[in-house]
Design a binder for this molecule. Structure first.
Ligand SMILES: [Zn+2]
Ligand SMILES: [Zn+2]
Length: 165
């Protein structure tokens, strides 16, 4: 058994839950990928193993796993919530607004933001979950070619402003 599933099993037991076959399947699907999956994508992958697991079962299971801190839910720009294993990796995201590519942001970049927020706002037990929206390099290049004035669009007359995606 993979380490993540193993420790998830222990945590479930400590909270009085069993590692049912459904929970095991959902945890494996999440653990086997580096992607950020929607509920529908998780359900599809689980159903390849057992077609009788319903979308609502997956919903309920994800809710439980999220509450127990085993699964991380991210609300990314303009998307339905995405799920990934809460396996100790940094959980700040750079999201491309065009191709929706997701990159994890290096925790170290934020420095001691945690401490600063605590000092300045007396806000404790912080869970920082940052989403930075923008364009990845290849989408940016394409946008620049098609719309060379994208950066200065706000200086153009109203009629020629390209609406945000
Ligand atoms: Zn992530
Ligand atoms: Zn992109």
């Amino acid at each position: 058994m993979h380490h993540y599933i193993n420790s998830s099993n222990e945590l479930l037991r400590r909270h009085g839950y069993r590692l049912t076959p459904q929970r095991h399947m959902i945890l494996s699907v999440i653990q086997e990928t580096k992607e950020h999956l929607s509920v529908e994508q998780i359900t599809e992958r689980v159903q390849r193993r057992n077609p009788y697991v319903s979308l609502s079962t997956v919903y309920r299971t994800l809710e439980l796993l999220r509450e127990l801190g085993l699964v991380r839910e991210s609300h990314l720009v303009g998307e339905s919530p995405r799920y990934e294993s809460a396996d100790g990796q940094a959980h700040h995201h750079l999201v491309c607004r065009k191709c929706h590519m997701i990159t994890h942001l290096d925790d170290a970049l934020l420095g001691n933001l945690h401490e600063k927020l605590q000092e300045q706002y007396n806000f404790h037990g912080l869970m920082l979950d940052m989403v930075a929206a923008g364009y990845c390099d290849s989408c940016w290049q394409i946008l620049q070619q098609n719309e060379p004035h994208i950066e200065s669009s706000r200086h153009l007359p109203e009629s020629s402003v390209v609406p945000d995606e």
